[in-house]
Design a protein around this ligand. Structure first.
Ligand SMILES: C[S@@+](CC[C@H](N)C(=O)[O-])C[C@H]1O[C@@H](n2cnc3c(N)ncnc32)[C@H](O)[C@@H]1O
Length: 238
């Protein structure tokens, strides 16, 4: 893949930034995924000193994250300047936004207790390098939670047909990538379903987590992948 092809993903968000937050997809797709990810992240990493959102876009995950992590320093990173401008325009004093790519994170080693990412992983130019960088900035014992489309169940042949298998991986492939960069896979769960997307509601697992009832059948659409960085010598608060 060429650099120009890689940059298409970022360019696409440059042009979408102005209308991104008013898209009908926010309510049906982005917000439900963010809610489920935050609920899960708060249960597995209850009190991180520093939280990083990779591919933060216009910052909606981090604006919601304030309630889940009231004592944490929140930082969002994104390579698309227009997305970051939109994020900063909806200023929250509690959140800092930084320009950059996951493949070369502009942060020192072991600074974050929790790294999050919603619906960005399949846009990363070099996913393995991005995961390695994520591992570098996580403190030992820190947690990574990624929500994205993965090639699982009915999505596997869909992505294969659409020629997306180079970025849409199976759970097993992602677990192998995590291990290869020194992270420990810590489980998978469904974050959003086709049925919930179409009905504008959430999957029953999400509803259990969030305290609402939903009994419709579902097809997985977005999954949560959790990983941890093995404990090592203490290096600070994170
Ligand atoms: C679909 S948007 C999701 C934005 C946000 N996480 C949300 O849930 O609304 C994907 C984001 O990933 C960012 N992105 C693309 N390539 C990236 C990379 N290599 N490193 C970090 N972020 C990247 C894009 O600029 C875009 O803002």
């Amino acid at each position: 893949m060429t650099g120009a092809e890689d940059d298409r993903d970022v360019t696409q968000f440059e042009s979408w930034a102005a209308t991104y937050d008013s898209s009908p997809l926010q309510k049906r797709y982005f917000h439900p995924v963010q809610r489920v990810l935050l609920h899960h992240a708060a249960s597995v990493a209850p009190d991180p000193a520093h939280v990083l959102d990779i591919g933060c876009g216009t910052g909606s995950l981090l604006r919601r994250a304030r309630a889940a992590f009231p004592g944490s320093t929140l930082i969002g990173l994104d390579p698309a300047p227009s997305m970051l401008r939109a994020a900063r325009a909806r200023h929250s004093a509690a959140v800092r936004y930084v320009a950059g790519r996951v493949e070369q994170l502009p942060f020192p080693d072991a600074g974050f207790g929790l790294v999050l990412s919603t619906l960005s992983f399949h846009h990363w130019r070099d996913q393995r390098r991005g995961l390695a960088e994520t591992g570098r900035v996580l403190r030992p014992g820190g947690t990574l939670v990624v929500a994205d489309h993965f090639a699982t169940g009915w999505l596997r042949p869909v992505f294969a047909t659409a020629g997306k298998r180079d970025r849409m991986h199976t759970h097993r492939e992602v677990d192998a990538m995590l291990r290869a960069v020194g992270l420990t896979p810590a489980g998978w769960r469904i974050a959003h379903t086709v049925t919930a997307f179409l009905h504008g509601s959430r999957h029953r697992a999400c509803d259990r987590a969030c305290g609402r009832a939903c009994h419709r059948p579902f097809l997985p659409l977005v999954a949560l992948c959790t990983a941890t960085k093995p404990h090592g010598p203490a290096t600070g608060a994170g």
